[in-house]
Design a protein around this ligand. Sequence first.
Ligand code: NAD
Length: 483
Amino acid sequence: MAAPSVANATDLRTDFALLIGGELVGSERSLDVINPATATVFARCPAASQAQLDRAVTSARGASGAWSRLSFEERAAAIKRMAGVLRANQDALAELLTREQGKPVSQSRDEIGRAASQSEGMAAIAIPVEKLMEDAERRIELHYRPLGVVGIITPWNAPINLAAGPLVSALYTGNTVILKPSPYTPLCTLKLGELLRDVFPPGVINIVAGGDDLGQWMTEHPGIDKISFTGSVATGKQVMASAAGTLKRVTLELGGNDAAIVLDDVDPKAVAPRLFFAAFVNSGQVCMAIKRIYAHERIYAALCEALVEEARKARIGDGLDPQTQYGPIQNRMQYERVRGILEDTKRSGARILAGGELPDRPGYFFPPTIVADVDENSRLVREEQFGPIVPVLKFSDIDDVIRRANDTRYGLAGSVWSHDPERGAAIAARLEVGTAWVNQHRATSATVPFGGAKESGIGRTYSVLGLKENMEPQVISVLKQPM
Ligand code: NAD
C-alpha cells in the first residue's frame, strides 16, 4: 500500500488549535491526520511542545484552587453546560469524528450523544462525607479531596467518549485537567476544547494534541498528580512505570480479549445478530468487543451459519455514506497488524467462513471475517486482535470452556448467552473479568463501574468508584474535648 497522499492546500483543514490557559494557540510542530476511508491526509493540527505542556500544567495548577472550592452542584452545572454544547454541535462533531476515525456517521453521533448523557449521569452522583463513628467523645469522618491536576491520555477508537468519562470524573470531583488525544484522532478533541473554552474558567481544562512523546512527558511531569490512561496494555505498563517516578495515581483502562460463551440452549438465529454486532461494531476496534466466541458443540454449526449470514448482510464502506454499517480500520499500522493475524490464521489451516479477502481499493478496509476450527494457541485467540476478525471455537463441557475463557492475561469483560438467564449468571460469575454480562455485551452506564481485571487495567471508571479515583480519602478525627 502506498504512502498516504496529502489533500491539496485548499482542501486541507487546518482550523485547529490547542487550548492552554483558556487561549487557543498554535504550535511550531504539527500532526498530519489521515482519513482512513481514503488513506489521504485531510487535516493538519498543532502538536504541543514540551514548553507548551509546561504552560498547560502551570495554568491547570493556577486554576485548581478556585475550581476545587466550588461545590459539587456548581461544578455539575458547568458539566451540564458541557453536555449541552456536545448536543448542540453533535452533527458537525460527528462528521469530523467519522473523517478522522472511520466509524459510520450514525455511530459517531451516538458516541457524542452518549458522551453527553454519561457526563450528566456522572455529575449527578453524590459523594457525601462518610461518618465512620461518633460517640460522646469522638467523631471520625471520611472526606474526599480533589487530587489537583489530572492528565488524561486517550486512544483512537472512540476519542470523544473515552475523553468524556475521565474528563468529567476529574472535573466534577474538583480537579483541573490536561487532556491529550491520540495522534491518529486529535481533531474532535481539539474542537471540543474550542467549544468548552467558554464553559469552564481558563486553565480548568487544557487540551494538547501531540505524539507518544507528549504522553510520556505528561506521565513524568511533577506538576501532574494523576494519569487517567486508556490504551494498550503495553503502553499502560510504560505509563505506570513512568508515573512511579513522582508516585502519581493511575487509572489504567487497557485492552481486552473478551470471550462470549454461547450455551447449548440458545436459539442461534436469535443470538447471532447480537454477537455479530458486539464483535464487529467499529470494525472490532472496541476494548470490550467480543474477541472470542465459544459455542457449544450442539449449536456450533447453526451459530456459524447464522453469523455468516450476518456477515453477508453487513454493509462496509466510507463512514460518511449513511448506508455504511462498518467502516475501515482506523490506521495503517493496525490494518497491517490485523492483516498479519489473518495471514497467520490462513496458514494455520483454520476455516475462513466469511470475509478474509481484502478489497483492492484505497483506505484501510477489511471485511468482517469469521473463522472456525481455530487452534486455541493461535495469535487470533491469544492476542487482542482489535479488528474485524473473530474466531468461533467449539466446547462441550462448561468447566472446560470457563478454563479456556480465563486462560489469558486479559480480564476486561466477557459474556454468557443462554435461554435461562440465571444459568447464564452462575457461569458469568466464574469469569475472571471486570464485567461479566448475561445475554448482552458492551452495556455500560454512568453509574456502573467499568474496568479491567488482570492486565486489562487498574481501577475503574464511571460510578462512585470511578469518581473517587480522582480524590484522596482524608480522615477527619475530632476529639470532642475543649483544650
Ligand atoms: P496506545 O497505547 O498505542 O495509545 C494510547 C495513547 O497513549 C495515545 O494517546 C498515545 O499517544 C499515548 N502514548 C503512547 N506511548 C505513550 C507513552 N510511552 N506514555 C504515555 N502515553 C503514550 O493505544 P491505541 O492503539 O491508541 O488504542 C488501542 C488500545 O486501547 C487497545 O488495546 C484497546 O483495547 C485499548 N482500549 C481500552 C479501553 C478500556 O476502557 N479498557 C477503551 C478503549 C481502548
